[in-house]
Write a protein that binds this ligand. Sequence first.
Ligand SMILES: C[S@@+](CC[C@H](N)C(=O)[O-])C[C@H]1O[C@@H](n2cnc3c(N)ncnc32)[C@H](O)[C@@H]1O
Ligand SMILES: [Zn+2]
Length: 356
Amino acid sequence: MIQEGQVTVEAGGVFYNPRMKLNRDICVAVVRHLGLDEYCDALSASGLRGLRVAREAGTAQVVLNDVSPTAYQRMLENIARNGLANCEATQCNANVLFHQRHFQAVDLDPFGSPSPFLPAAARSALSYLFMTATDTAPLCGAHQSSGIRKYMALPVKTDYHREMGARVLLGSAVRELARVDKGAEVLLTHVTDHYVRTYLRALPGARAADKSLLEMGYIHHCRSCRGWTASPRCRDPGCPTCGGPTIPAGPLWLGKLHDRDTLQGALCGLDPDSRAAKILRSCQDELSLPMYYDHHSICQDLRIAPGRIEDVVASLHDCGFSASRTHFSGLGIKTDARADQLCAILLDLARRGRSK
Ligand SMILES: C[S@@+](CC[C@H](N)C(=O)[O-])C[C@H]1O[C@@H](n2cnc3c(N)ncnc32)[C@H](O)[C@@H]1O
Ligand SMILES: [Zn+2]
């Protein structure tokens, strides 16, 4: 028997991953903040995620679905065990369910990629679409051809591969929503352990869809200097730092990854000392600019020892740039400084360190 949050479940014979507790903790906090009336946990296994939403987020109607007969049995038992009359269990192929019913919020928590479910889920989700992707290698560019097949986008492996993965996934979801005349507002995105998790609000109408598509584009990455530029076009703009050629990644989402109110609201429902709260505070603090530099990679190129990352961020601020750390990586620096400007600051910091 598993106790998690305020529910107890039996997960014999079905999938259960204790490491995903963090993902579910954040999910419950987001759903509670959004005040949802209806939520569909479409790939539910034991029902744990949906049961927690039903008990802890105060959602009026929760549907737990799984195609597996064993999972369906577990869901029925777990609903009864927790006395949750606001939960309904169904045993359907999720894509069939999505074509039969609409839900205020649809959540996809698959093995690997959510891509087989995205088209139908985008149709079924009236106001919210949430998803987890554990296929980080295709998303981040480590398995490029698989990324192209699953997400119809070219991912490129870079220092900022974790954010690359998040933006490729978001790009795919935004295009699926646009196909059914829905726009998208990204409420929260985090890449933790080995998965990407994102929460989207679906906005009705072709106009909203067109507006969202304007935030799609490409990242042009320079292998010579580790810099990049974001552009709505695929054509190589040339590297603004070193003039070298660039490689395009995309199409991907270039818009914001988090919404201030959602982060604030979700944080209210979390223990401030929890890892979930720390991740959300880190999301709050990060600059809303695509991608980040890897402090250690750049120092390695410069043949200098990396100092404290906080000092680099402070020096960037002193030089008039925007800069922050990022939840994507402990070594990541988000800034509007070009690669050569960041290098100059790092060299200066190293020189001053040596002369102390
Ligand atoms: C990663 S598990 C879900 C874990 C669960 N959400 C949790 O938090 O514990 C994925 C589930 O999707 C189910 N599944 C796979 N393909 C499906 C489909 N086409 N329709 C419905 N369920 C499916 C599997 O049986 C499995 O139980
Ligand atoms: Zn360059």
